[in-house]
Write a protein that binds this ligand. Structure first.
Ligand code: C2E
Ligand code: CA
Ligand code: CA
Length: 430
């Protein structure tokens, strides 16, 4: 296509090219010099929605027009610059200088940004950049943008990080995530997921008092996968609700089988994600599984991590309350790992608070804090569970502080169902 045939269109708000024109012009640039090296930069105004809320949409528009104008100003450089989407801009240019010298590139960019912030119509905002250098010219321009975006996403909401460069590792991670997304549903049907049980013991008597159900995935290609590799992805794409329902069903089936064989069982906790709680008929689904296996609700505990409540506590509270009224014990998971508002403890209907593992790791240094948390917990009529207890010393200190329940490798690692059944039998024999 000749240059004259390219339909040039501009973005109305900012006056720079729109995305389609960007794709066409970038392709044209490569066509003219296919041996050159190119780089693509995608930028994003951090938390732009909040700027709209705080200053009003008119000011938000003004800011976008300002950023667009500022970023597109590059005297002497042959760069195609466009609005990519809402608050995102994209630039494409030939690579100048040493492609390895990321450090000085970042510094120059930051210097230019400081000047931009000084003159901006709004205070306290930040522009972040994802950079894809030495682009693979066989890719469509849109895929090049995806790669820069991928880099950009790795620093979203991360304080002090303004520039991220796309690298092979990100690509591998992306490919792995794509593959996981493609095979997750089949994996559930093929029984690649297993439920493991980690025992919980009374701190004083050592008696077995419960267990936590933890998911495991044995993948045909990746082998044994840690939940850290797939739970965050499932939380993002919503598949977590299917997985958590599977875990609940399996727990109820196991409990039923153990009861039928005459074993005196202990309550088991399942982990619930934000997406689970927000789905319609959350409690109805749980009720129907419990009823289907004839399991009483007091054998079920639900662990909800504190970060679930960062937003809309008031909205979630009645849902949790309803579950609790039905007889399910509610455990606040990972307490102290995140924002830890003490007000959360008083505003939520809780039965158990689980002290985050990080406290146990540094128990010697944090004795005072832990003791106070345990006192508050008891003041609220809740039981305290300490997670990640590995040594005799940690156990002794926690016992001394009146911690109620202990979970961790000191007693046992998470066990497969059959192993946990034997574990219960051994404990019952003692
Ligand atoms: P979590 O709920 O905080 O679970 C406790 C994690 O600590 C488990 O890791 C457990 O194996 C590990 N752990 C227990 N005792 C010790 C110890 O003494 N030392 C050390 N170093 N680690 C210990 P796991 O199984 O890898 O699970 C990681 C996280 O994945 C869980 O953290 C939970 O948030 C999530 N998860 C696991 N299964 C499920 C599930 O079925 N549904 C949902 N929504 N999340 C799950
Ligand atoms: Ca948990
Ligand atoms: Ca936990």
């Amino acid at each position: 296509m000749e240059k004259n045939d390219i339909k040039i269109e501009y973005d109305e708000l900012t006056g720079v090219y729109n995305r389609n024109t960007f794709y066409r012009l970038a392709k044209e640039m490569i066509r003219k010099d296919p041996d050159a090296k190119y780089m693509l930069i995608l930028s994003d105004v951090e938390s732009f929605k909040m700027i709209n809320v705080r200053y009003g949409e008119e000011k938000g528009d003004e800011l976008l027009a300002f950023v667009g104008k500022y970023l597109s100003y590059s005297p002497g450089a042959d760069i195609i610059f466009a609005r990519y989407s809402g608050d995102q801009f994209v630039g494409f240019s030939k690579q100048v200088g040493d492609p390895e010298d990321e450090e000085s590139f970042n510094q120059n960019l930051m210097f230019a940004m400081e000047q931009m912030y000084e003159n901006a119509p709004v205070n306290h905002f930040e522009v972040k950049f994802g950079i894809y250098e030495d682009v693979d010219l066989s890719l469509p321009i849109s895929r090049m943008c995806d790669r820069a975006l991928m880099a950009l996403r790795t620093i979203k909401h991360q304080y002090g990080k303004s520039v991220a460069w796309y690298d092979q590792r990100m690509h591998q991670q992306y490919m792995k995530e794509q593959h996981i997304q493609e095979c997750m549903e089949g994996a559930l049907k093929d029984n690649q997921f297993q439920v493991y049980y980690q025992p919980k013991h009374d701190a004083k008597t050592g008696k077995l008092v419960g267990a936590e159900a933890l998911i495991r995935w044995t993948h045909p290609v990746y082998g044994f996968m840690s939940p850290a590799d797939f739970i965050p992805l499932f939380e993002k794409n919503g598949f977590i609700s299917s997985v958590d329902l599977f875990v609940l069903k399996r727990v109820c089936e196991d409990l039923k089988a153990w009861k039928t064989s005459g074993i005196s069982v202990v309550p088991v906790s399942v982990n619930a994600s934000r997406k689970d709680i927000l789905q319609s008929q959350f409690l109805e689904k749980i009720k129907s599984v419990l009823e289907g296996e004839n399991i009483s609700s007091d054998l079920l505990h639900m662990e909800i991590t504190e970060t679930v409540f960062i937003e809309d506590v008031e909205y979630l509270k009645p849902i949790i309350q309803e579950a609790r009224d039905f007889g399910i014990h509610i455990e606040l998971d990972d307490f102290g790992s995140g924002f830890s508002a003490l007000s959360l403890l008083t505003s939520l209907p809780l039965d158990v608070i689980k002290l985050d593992m990080s406290f146990v790791r540094s128990i010697e240094k944090q004795k005072m804090i832990i003791e106070n948390i345990i006192n508050i917990c008891h003041g609220l009529n809740c039981k305290m569970v300490a997670e990640g207890v590995e040594t005799e010393e940690q156990l002794a200190i926690l016992r001394e502080m009146n911690c109620d329940t202990i979970q961790g490798y000191y007693f046992s690692k998470p066990l497969p169902a059959e192993g946990f059944r034997e574990y219960i039998e051994n404990c019952n024999r003692l």
